[in-house]
Design a protein around this ligand. Sequence first.
Ligand code: SF4
Length: 606
Amino acid sequence: MKFLSRYGKLRAVQSEMMVDIYSALSNGKSILANAPTGTGKTDAAIGAALTYAMEHDLSLFFLTPKTSQHRIAVEALSGIRKANGMDIGFVDFVGKSNLCINGEVSSLGRDAFYGACDAKVKAGKCSYFNKARDMSMDVPENLFEASLEGHNSLLNASRSKGVCAYEISSFLAKKAKVVIADYAHLLNPYTKSTFMKKISGSLSNAVIIWDEAHNILGSASGYLSSSLSLNMLESAQKELQAVDSKIDLGYLKFAVERTAQKKLRAKKEAFAGIEDLPEELVKDGRNLSEQLEKAGLEYSEKTRAKRSSLIRLSRFITAWQDSDESVARIISKEGKQVRITLGCLYPEKSVSVFKEAYANVFMSATLVPLRMYAELFGIGDAECKDYKGSFPQKNRVSLIDDSVTTRYENRSVEQYRKIAARLMTLKGRVPGNVAVFFPSFALLDDVYRYMSDVVVFRQRPEMKSSALEELLCRFRKSDDSLLFGVMGGSLSEGVDYSGNVIKCIAVVGVPLEKPNLELSAKIEYYEKRFEGRGNSYAYTIPAVIRAVQAAGRAIRSETDRAVIVFMDSRYRWNIYSSLIRNSMPEMEVFDIKKIDRFWAAEKETA
Ligand code: SF4
């Protein structure tokens, strides 16, 4: 079988993956592929799915959790076009706010952007939109060519022609064989209907590739969660006054305060019910939500404010009336701040998209246990494949250090000192950078306090992406430093530490979620839905996956060498160690001599 590819020669594991994907699609089935980093799974998935889609007149979607991850798909598809001399149309489709060239609208904050764009378009007042619409049947060649280099090139080319890049992107998507987009385009039910209408797409004749698929449920739950606070209500009222609106939110504020008094007393959080907020929110919610959004838009345009509490309140009201038993309503108090949260327990409305598609290809380096994910995605009959990479085992030492723990009941100054001392030992025995990942910022700080005088690049909760990028840049240039970050954060997932920049990773503690009402409601919900597996599916397994993700940052290619240390006695428990062994079968009990021997062997080879 000849598959489309940008390379003349494929790795054995890539060929195996392509055959499996093609075969699953031929049977009309979805497939879950777990394959280590460096396997070339993006090329394999795109090559196999595109070959099948071309032969069977299907379209293809490639979805990623973040827009920055589109690049790899753009490169793979450009490569396939060139290598095979084929005119395969594809579009790097991103959110409207990234492609707007109308300065009056693009300078608004995210809250107001979409409404402002809609209003301009409806009133015929966006000249860029009007000009783009005239090109709907025949997009100029140079815009098409620019789009093949990614959304930023299309934005630049559209700007020079004075046309809306988003509209051009939508016209191209209607005719494209492949659409590269964000998870939100298909997992957020509100975005999905607009997106599919815009590109005149149909999922029943589409194959969807989900990159980094272990993130799907977390991202989808985020789209379906929302919250309202007393502060938000107060600032929404001020915004209403600023636009001379007669709407009075006092009754809503009163209801939140009354619920807090009734349900919280000495407690920090409690479950709330639909009856705790005024009936109007359900009966007349749509109308109220629309009025608030309109006022919020007026406020944003008048003041050029980046955020609008009115628009966020309007979204909360929509979510409040739409929510069912898969959402937990929780009232909580921190200091004087009272908040009502709609926490999505299971994104039922999002995962239904998997069944709408012809078939799905889910891929990740941490999609284990595969059967669990198939069940969670609601496609129990999907093919599940686990691939072993060509990574040489001798290039890695994986150890469990059971002399320490961050278990809540064992936390103490003595434990933190012990962990810090162990990290200093590792630092002294490893010829290069050491990255340390913690379950939380609080634990990171607790250990950091006892580190001796060494340079530590330290992630902080308030750091924005530019500050993190700058921190990473300095760390990458160093060859003898410590990086302290948190698991599940941007330094431990999604970031590429290529060039063997990390020689040792220490995973300190098990990144279990902090116990709270939402978590217990989630475990209970999962328990009902996936009998007997609520705790492991909702609580323990996601924690180990976060740890494995962090541990995987060191080895990015077949030639990288690194030591991985899981520092917590709980990693010896079967439930945790069996999952880790799936990615690191060579795992052993910690012994500093093993680390010395590993680096001594490298020296000899060198
Ligand atoms: S139509 Fe396009 S250019 Fe006009 S406001 Fe909307 S996104 Fe911006």
